[in-house]
Write a protein that binds this ligand. Structure first.
Ligand code: ATP
Ligand code: MG
Length: 196
C-alpha cells in the first residue's frame, strides 16, 4: 500500500507551519505522499474564509510547487457544503484502493477530535498523526480510548505561525514575508487578499 498523509485545512493562507508539519509527518511516519486538501467550509470554524476556494487552492499549489511528495487535491472544494473529513476519506478510499490514508493534524485539532463529525466511524477508517503547536499542549488522557489508540504523536520544531495571525498582520499593514513561501506572498499582495 502507498502511504498517504491527508493534510486538511482551510489554508487561508497556507504557511510554513503547515508545510513543516507535513514534511515532519512524512519523514517520521514513512509516508510516501502528503495530500493537501483545502476545505470548502470547515465545520468547526465560525468565520467565512477570507479568500475564496480557488484562491486558497492556488496558494497551496504555489507553496508545494516542485515538492515531489506533495500533492494538492480539490475534493472538498468540488464537493461543496460543509467539509467533513469522513466524507473525504470515504471517497478517497474508494477512488484509491491502493493507498492507506492517515490524517495529519496540529494539536488544536487533536484536542477537538471528540467534536468531529462521525468520529467513531472515522477513527475506524484511519489513524491520526498529531503534531504539536505552541500554546496547545496535547493531553491524550482527556481523549476517549477509541481515539487515543488511533493517534501517533510526532515531534516537530514548534512553529508559532497561524493563518489568523497572517490575516491580522496584512489587515494592520505588517509584514508577512518569510511566514509564507515567496510565491504565496506575491499572490496575496497581487490579489490584495486579507487587506480589509
Ligand atoms: P486559522 O488560524 O485560520 O485556523 P491555521 O493556521 O490554524 O489557520 P488551518 O488551515 O486551520 O491553519 O490548519 C490546518 C491544519 O494545520 C490543522 O490540523 C492545524 O492544526 C495545522 N497547523 C496549522 N498551523 C500549524 C503550525 N504552526 N504547526 C503545526 N500544525 C499547524
Ligand atoms: Mg486552524
Amino acid at each position: 500500500m502507498i502511504k498517504v498523509g491527508f493534510m486538511g485545512g482551510t489554508f487561508d493562507p497556507i504557511h510554513y507551519g503547515h508545510l513543516l508539519a507535513a514534511e515532519t509527518a512524512r519523514e517520521a511516519c514513512g509516508l510516501d505522499e502528503v495530500w493537501f486538501i483545502p476545505s470548502f467550509r470547515p465545520p468547526l470554524k465560525e468565520n467565512e474564509p477570507g479568500a475564496d476556494g480557488s484562491q486558497r487552492l492556488e496558494m497551496v499549489y504555489r507553496a508545494i510547487d516542485f515538492q515531489p511528495h506533495f500533492r494538492a487535491m480539490d475534493v472538498e472544494l468540488e464537493r461543496g457544503g460543509t467539509s467533513f473529513s469522513i466524507d473525504s476519506i470515504k471517497s478517497l478510499q474508494a477512488l484509491y484502493p491502493d493507498r492507506e490514508f492517515s490524517i495529519i493534524i496540529g494539536s488544536d485539532r487533536v484536542n477537538d477530535l471528540p467534536k468531529w463529525h462521525l468520529i467513531e466511524e472515522l477513527a475506524g477508517l484511519v489513524r491520526f498523526i498529531g503534531v504539536e503547536r505552541p500554546d496547545e499542549p496535547i493531553d491524550l488522557s482527556l481523549l476517549p480510548a477509541f481515539i487515543r489508540d488511533r493517534i501517533d504523536l510526532i515531534k516537530m520544531p514548534l512553529i508559532e505561525i497561524s493563518s489568523t495571525e497572517i490575516r491580522r498582520r496584512v489587515r494592520t499593514g505588517q509584514s508577512i514575508r518569510f511566514l509564507v513561501p515567496e510565491k504565496v506572498y506575491s499572490f496575496i499582495k497581487r490579489n490584495q487578499l486579507y487587506e480589509s
